[in-house]
Design a protein around this ligand. Sequence first.
Ligand code: UDP
Ligand code: MG
Length: 330
Amino acid sequence: MPTEPTTRHRVAFIFPIYNEEANIDLLHRTVDEVTAPLAGRYDFSFIYVDDGSRDASLERLTELGARDARVTVVELSRNFGHQMAVTAGLDLVDADATIIMDSDLQDPPRVALELLEKWEEGYEVVYAQRRSRRDSPFKRFTASAFYWFLQKMAAVEIPKNTGDFRLVDRKVVDELRKYRERDRFLRGLVSYVGFKQTAVLFDRDQRHAGVTGYPLTKMLRFAADGILGFSTTPLRMITRMGYLISLLSFLGVLYVVGVKLFAPETAVPGWAFITIAMFFLGGIQIIMLGVLGSYIGRTYSQVQNRPLYTVASVRTGVPETAQDNRSAAR
Ligand code: UDP
Ligand code: MG
Protein backbone atom coordinates (compact mmCIF):
# COMPACT_ATOMS: atom_id res chain seq x y z
CA MET A 1 0.00 0.00 0.00
CA PRO A 2 1.59 3.31 -1.02
CA THR A 3 2.05 5.55 1.95
CA GLU A 4 1.55 9.28 1.82
CA PRO A 5 4.79 11.17 2.43
CA THR A 6 3.96 11.87 6.05
CA THR A 7 7.62 12.54 6.73
CA ARG A 8 7.63 15.96 5.06
CA HIS A 9 9.28 17.86 7.84
CA ARG A 10 8.55 21.44 8.60
CA VAL A 11 11.60 23.62 8.83
CA ALA A 12 11.41 27.20 10.01
CA PHE A 13 13.96 29.99 9.94
CA ILE A 14 14.03 32.74 12.55
CA PHE A 15 15.62 36.03 11.57
CA PRO A 16 15.99 38.81 14.15
CA ILE A 17 15.95 42.14 12.33
CA TYR A 18 17.28 45.41 13.66
CA ASN A 19 17.93 48.09 11.04
CA GLU A 20 18.63 45.65 8.24
CA GLU A 21 16.77 47.39 5.39
CA ALA A 22 19.68 46.90 3.01
CA ASN A 23 20.03 43.20 3.81
CA ILE A 24 16.49 41.86 3.90
CA ASP A 25 15.91 41.40 0.18
CA LEU A 26 19.26 39.77 -0.50
CA LEU A 27 18.88 37.63 2.61
CA HIS A 28 15.51 36.32 1.60
CA ARG A 29 16.59 35.76 -2.00
CA THR A 30 19.63 33.81 -0.85
CA VAL A 31 17.74 31.67 1.63
CA ASP A 32 15.08 31.03 -0.96
CA GLU A 33 17.68 29.93 -3.52
CA VAL A 34 19.52 27.75 -1.09
CA THR A 35 16.41 25.98 0.17
CA ALA A 36 14.67 25.65 -3.21
CA PRO A 37 16.26 22.28 -4.15
CA LEU A 38 14.93 20.82 -0.89
CA ALA A 39 11.43 22.22 -1.22
CA GLY A 40 10.21 18.77 -2.23
CA ARG A 41 11.32 17.26 1.05
CA TYR A 42 10.66 20.03 3.53
CA ASP A 43 8.03 22.68 4.13
CA PHE A 44 10.01 25.81 4.73
CA SER A 45 8.76 28.87 6.55
CA PHE A 46 10.48 32.10 7.50
CA ILE A 47 9.84 34.13 10.61
CA TYR A 48 11.19 37.64 10.53
CA VAL A 49 11.13 39.41 13.89
CA ASP A 50 11.45 43.16 13.55
CA ASP A 51 13.07 44.30 16.76
CA GLY A 52 11.92 47.92 16.71
CA SER A 53 14.00 48.90 13.66
CA ARG A 54 14.30 52.62 13.01
CA ASP A 55 14.84 52.29 9.29
CA ALA A 56 12.62 50.89 6.55
CA SER A 57 13.12 47.27 7.61
CA LEU A 58 9.49 46.79 8.55
CA GLU A 59 8.30 48.11 5.16
CA ARG A 60 10.72 45.76 3.41
CA LEU A 61 9.41 42.87 5.49
CA THR A 62 5.79 43.74 4.82
CA GLU A 63 6.52 43.75 1.08
CA LEU A 64 8.23 40.42 1.48
CA GLY A 65 5.23 39.00 3.29
CA ALA A 66 2.97 40.17 0.47
CA ARG A 67 5.12 38.33 -2.08
CA ASP A 68 5.82 35.11 -0.21
CA ALA A 69 3.17 33.24 1.75
CA ARG A 70 5.79 31.32 3.73
CA VAL A 71 6.88 34.54 5.42
CA THR A 72 5.65 35.60 8.86
CA VAL A 73 6.53 39.06 10.08
CA VAL A 74 6.52 39.74 13.82
CA GLU A 75 6.77 43.36 14.82
CA LEU A 76 7.99 44.05 18.34
CA SER A 77 6.70 47.28 19.85
CA ARG A 78 10.22 48.62 20.43
CA ASN A 79 13.82 47.48 20.43
CA PHE A 80 14.04 44.65 22.96
CA GLY A 81 17.41 43.34 21.86
CA HIS A 82 18.61 40.46 19.76
CA GLN A 83 18.02 37.75 22.36
CA MET A 84 14.44 38.84 22.96
CA ALA A 85 13.76 39.03 19.24
CA VAL A 86 14.92 35.44 18.81
CA THR A 87 12.88 34.44 21.87
CA ALA A 88 9.77 35.98 20.31
CA GLY A 89 10.42 33.89 17.21
CA LEU A 90 10.94 30.72 19.27
CA ASP A 91 7.69 31.33 21.14
CA LEU A 92 5.80 31.53 17.87
CA VAL A 93 7.44 28.91 15.72
CA ASP A 94 5.73 25.64 14.92
CA ALA A 95 8.17 23.41 13.08
CA ASP A 96 10.05 20.14 13.42
CA ALA A 97 13.36 21.94 13.10
CA THR A 98 14.08 25.61 13.64
CA ILE A 99 17.11 27.40 12.30
CA ILE A 100 18.16 30.63 14.00
CA MET A 101 20.31 32.94 11.90
CA ASP A 102 21.61 36.49 11.90
CA SER A 103 20.09 38.66 9.20
CA ASP A 104 23.17 40.48 7.98
CA LEU A 105 24.43 37.52 5.92
CA GLN A 106 27.32 36.95 8.29
CA ASP A 107 25.87 33.51 8.75
CA PRO A 108 25.99 32.02 5.24
CA PRO A 109 22.57 30.56 4.36
CA ARG A 110 24.07 27.53 2.59
CA VAL A 111 25.44 26.34 5.95
CA ALA A 112 21.82 25.86 6.99
CA LEU A 113 21.71 22.84 4.69
CA GLU A 114 24.61 21.24 6.54
CA LEU A 115 22.76 21.86 9.79
CA LEU A 116 19.74 20.08 8.33
CA GLU A 117 21.87 17.10 7.29
CA LYS A 118 23.12 16.69 10.85
CA TRP A 119 19.59 16.98 12.13
CA GLU A 120 18.57 14.15 9.80
CA GLU A 121 21.34 12.10 11.38
CA GLY A 122 19.52 12.47 14.69
CA TYR A 123 21.13 15.44 16.39
CA GLU A 124 18.72 17.71 18.21
CA VAL A 125 20.97 20.73 18.42
CA VAL A 126 23.34 21.55 15.59
CA TYR A 127 25.32 24.68 16.20
CA ALA A 128 27.36 26.38 13.54
CA GLN A 129 30.85 26.94 14.87
CA ARG A 130 33.10 29.58 13.36
CA ARG A 131 36.28 28.22 11.88
CA SER A 132 37.26 31.78 11.05
CA ARG A 133 35.61 35.15 11.30
CA ARG A 134 36.07 38.32 9.35
CA ASP A 135 35.47 40.94 11.99
CA SER A 136 37.66 43.72 13.28
CA PRO A 137 40.70 42.63 15.36
CA PHE A 138 39.02 44.28 18.35
CA LYS A 139 35.88 42.20 18.00
CA ARG A 140 37.93 39.05 17.50
CA PHE A 141 40.02 39.76 20.58
CA THR A 142 37.10 40.62 22.87
CA ALA A 143 35.13 37.63 21.63
CA SER A 144 37.93 35.15 22.25
CA ALA A 145 38.68 36.64 25.69
CA PHE A 146 35.00 36.37 26.54
CA TYR A 147 34.72 32.74 25.51
CA TRP A 148 37.88 31.89 27.41
CA PHE A 149 36.40 33.41 30.57
CA LEU A 150 33.06 31.79 30.03
CA GLN A 151 34.62 28.36 29.60
CA LYS A 152 36.53 28.81 32.85
CA MET A 153 33.55 29.98 34.83
CA ALA A 154 30.32 28.55 33.50
CA ALA A 155 28.74 25.51 35.07
CA VAL A 156 27.73 24.10 31.68
CA GLU A 157 29.96 23.65 28.68
CA ILE A 158 29.15 26.49 26.30
CA PRO A 159 30.91 25.84 22.99
CA LYS A 160 33.21 28.65 22.00
CA ASN A 161 33.10 30.49 18.70
CA THR A 162 29.42 29.90 18.26
CA GLY A 163 26.79 32.57 17.88
CA ASP A 164 23.10 31.96 17.86
CA PHE A 165 23.37 30.43 14.38
CA ARG A 166 22.08 26.95 15.02
CA LEU A 167 19.39 24.42 14.34
CA VAL A 168 17.21 23.23 17.17
CA ASP A 169 14.74 20.39 17.14
CA ARG A 170 11.13 20.90 18.16
CA LYS A 171 11.86 19.20 21.49
CA VAL A 172 14.52 21.77 22.26
CA VAL A 173 12.22 24.65 21.33
CA ASP A 174 9.56 23.24 23.64
CA GLU A 175 12.09 23.16 26.46
CA LEU A 176 13.48 26.61 25.75
CA ARG A 177 9.99 28.05 26.08
CA LYS A 178 10.00 27.03 29.74
CA TYR A 179 12.99 29.29 30.41
CA ARG A 180 11.57 32.73 31.11
CA GLU A 181 14.56 34.46 32.67
CA ARG A 182 14.84 38.09 31.67
CA ASP A 183 18.57 38.40 31.15
CA ARG A 184 18.84 35.90 28.39
CA PHE A 185 21.88 34.26 26.96
CA LEU A 186 20.23 31.89 24.53
CA ARG A 187 23.29 30.00 23.41
CA GLY A 188 23.96 29.18 27.06
CA LEU A 189 20.38 28.05 27.57
CA VAL A 190 20.62 25.78 24.55
CA SER A 191 23.71 24.14 26.06
CA TYR A 192 22.00 23.96 29.42
CA VAL A 193 18.96 22.18 28.03
CA GLY A 194 21.13 19.35 26.74
CA PHE A 195 20.01 16.75 24.16
CA LYS A 196 22.27 15.43 21.44
CA GLN A 197 24.38 18.31 20.23
CA THR A 198 26.94 18.61 17.51
CA ALA A 199 28.83 21.28 15.57
CA VAL A 200 29.22 22.18 11.93
CA LEU A 201 32.26 24.32 11.10
CA PHE A 202 31.93 27.34 8.85
CA ASP A 203 33.71 30.52 7.85
CA ARG A 204 31.93 33.60 9.01
CA ASP A 205 31.52 36.35 6.44
CA GLN A 206 31.54 40.08 6.86
CA ARG A 207 28.30 41.93 7.53
CA HIS A 208 26.76 42.58 4.12
CA ALA A 209 25.40 46.10 4.69
CA GLY A 210 24.54 48.40 7.57
CA VAL A 211 26.23 48.61 10.94
CA THR A 212 26.42 46.27 13.89
CA GLY A 213 23.54 46.34 16.35
CA TYR A 214 26.01 45.40 19.09
CA PRO A 215 28.00 48.46 20.07
CA LEU A 216 30.49 48.03 22.91
CA THR A 217 28.01 48.77 25.72
CA LYS A 218 25.52 46.19 24.46
CA MET A 219 28.34 43.72 23.96
CA LEU A 220 29.54 44.11 27.56
CA ARG A 221 26.02 43.68 28.86
CA PHE A 222 25.62 40.60 26.77
CA ALA A 223 28.91 39.21 28.08
CA ALA A 224 27.75 39.86 31.64
CA ASP A 225 24.49 38.03 30.92
CA GLY A 226 26.50 35.07 29.74
CA ILE A 227 28.76 34.92 32.75
CA LEU A 228 26.28 35.88 35.46
CA GLY A 229 23.54 33.69 34.02
CA PHE A 230 25.61 30.53 34.08
CA SER A 231 28.07 30.93 36.89
CA THR A 232 28.18 31.86 40.54
CA THR A 233 31.97 31.87 40.44
CA PRO A 234 32.17 35.65 41.00
CA LEU A 235 30.25 35.19 44.25
CA ARG A 236 32.46 32.34 45.35
CA MET A 237 35.49 34.48 44.68
CA ILE A 238 34.42 36.70 47.61
CA THR A 239 34.73 33.83 50.05
CA ARG A 240 38.12 32.86 48.69
CA MET A 241 39.30 36.43 49.06
CA GLY A 242 38.10 36.43 52.67
CA TYR A 243 40.06 33.30 53.48
CA LEU A 244 43.13 34.74 51.82
CA ILE A 245 43.03 37.90 53.92
CA SER A 246 42.41 35.89 57.11
CA LEU A 247 45.40 33.77 56.22
CA LEU A 248 47.47 36.95 56.03
CA SER A 249 46.48 37.87 59.59
CA PHE A 250 47.44 34.39 60.71
CA LEU A 251 50.83 34.69 58.99
CA GLY A 252 51.17 38.08 60.68
CA VAL A 253 50.73 36.42 64.08
CA LEU A 254 53.39 33.84 63.24
CA TYR A 255 55.74 36.58 62.11
CA VAL A 256 55.24 38.63 65.29
CA VAL A 257 55.72 35.60 67.54
CA GLY A 258 58.84 34.72 65.57
CA VAL A 259 60.28 38.21 65.98
CA LYS A 260 59.51 38.25 69.73
CA LEU A 261 61.17 34.89 70.26
CA PHE A 262 64.20 35.07 68.02
CA ALA A 263 64.96 38.78 67.52
CA PRO A 264 63.19 40.69 70.32
CA GLU A 265 65.50 43.69 69.90
CA THR A 266 64.06 44.46 66.40
CA ALA A 267 60.38 44.41 67.50
CA VAL A 268 58.53 47.69 66.92
CA PRO A 269 55.90 48.19 69.66
CA GLY A 270 52.25 48.62 68.64
CA TRP A 271 52.77 47.70 64.98
CA ALA A 272 51.77 44.09 65.29
CA PHE A 273 48.44 44.57 67.01
CA ILE A 274 47.09 47.13 64.57
CA THR A 275 48.18 45.32 61.42
CA ILE A 276 47.01 41.90 62.52
CA ALA A 277 43.70 43.23 63.78
CA MET A 278 43.19 44.98 60.45
CA PHE A 279 43.74 41.85 58.40
CA PHE A 280 41.73 39.79 60.84
CA LEU A 281 38.70 42.06 60.79
CA GLY A 282 38.99 42.59 57.04
CA GLY A 283 39.08 38.83 56.53
CA ILE A 284 36.04 38.25 58.74
CA GLN A 285 34.06 40.93 56.95
CA ILE A 286 34.84 39.54 53.53
CA ILE A 287 34.05 35.98 54.60
CA MET A 288 30.71 37.24 55.89
CA LEU A 289 30.08 38.95 52.56
CA GLY A 290 30.79 35.60 50.99
CA VAL A 291 28.19 34.00 53.25
CA LEU A 292 25.67 36.60 52.09
CA GLY A 293 26.85 35.94 48.55
CA SER A 294 26.16 32.24 48.73
CA TYR A 295 22.61 32.90 49.89
CA ILE A 296 22.17 35.48 47.16
CA GLY A 297 23.49 32.92 44.67
CA ARG A 298 20.87 30.44 45.77
CA THR A 299 18.15 33.06 45.71
CA TYR A 300 19.26 34.04 42.23
CA SER A 301 19.06 30.57 40.80
CA GLN A 302 15.71 30.05 42.51
CA VAL A 303 14.42 33.29 41.01
CA GLN A 304 15.61 32.29 37.54
CA ASN A 305 13.02 29.60 37.97
CA ARG A 306 14.52 27.25 35.43
CA PRO A 307 13.00 23.83 34.99
CA LEU A 308 14.71 21.39 37.33
CA TYR A 309 15.57 18.90 34.62
CA THR A 310 14.71 17.93 31.08
CA VAL A 311 13.67 14.45 30.12
CA ALA A 312 14.95 13.33 26.74
CA SER A 313 12.90 10.13 26.65
CA VAL A 314 11.25 7.61 28.89
CA ARG A 315 11.74 3.98 27.97
CA THR A 316 9.50 1.23 29.19
CA GLY A 317 9.47 -2.35 28.07
CA VAL A 318 7.29 -1.77 25.01
CA PRO A 319 7.05 -4.24 22.14
CA GLU A 320 9.29 -3.59 19.13
CA THR A 321 6.53 -2.33 16.84
CA ALA A 322 5.72 0.55 19.16
CA GLN A 323 9.37 1.56 19.10
CA ASP A 324 9.32 1.60 15.32
CA ASN A 325 6.32 3.90 15.39
CA ARG A 326 8.11 6.21 17.71
CA SER A 327 11.14 6.61 15.49
CA ALA A 328 8.91 7.09 12.45
CA ALA A 329 7.01 9.86 14.20
CA ARG A 330 10.03 12.10 14.42
N1 UDP B 1 19.65 42.46 16.28
C1 UDP B 1 18.40 42.58 16.86
N2 UDP B 1 18.21 43.51 17.86
C2 UDP B 1 19.23 44.28 18.32
C3 UDP B 1 20.52 44.12 17.74
C4 UDP B 1 20.69 43.19 16.74
O1 UDP B 1 17.46 41.89 16.48
O2 UDP B 1 18.99 45.09 19.21
C5 UDP B 1 19.84 41.47 15.20
C6 UDP B 1 20.51 41.99 13.94
O3 UDP B 1 19.57 42.50 13.02
C7 UDP B 1 21.21 40.77 13.40
C8 UDP B 1 21.55 39.98 14.65
O4 UDP B 1 20.71 40.50 15.69
O5 UDP B 1 20.34 39.97 12.61
C9 UDP B 1 23.02 40.13 15.04
O6 UDP B 1 23.33 41.49 15.21
P1 UDP B 1 24.63 42.17 14.60
O7 UDP B 1 24.94 41.60 13.27
O8 UDP B 1 24.41 43.64 14.64
O9 UDP B 1 25.71 41.74 15.66
P2 UDP B 1 27.23 41.33 15.37
O10 UDP B 1 27.23 40.36 14.24
O11 UDP B 1 27.92 42.61 15.03
O12 UDP B 1 27.69 40.74 16.66
MG1 MG C 1 26.40 40.63 12.47
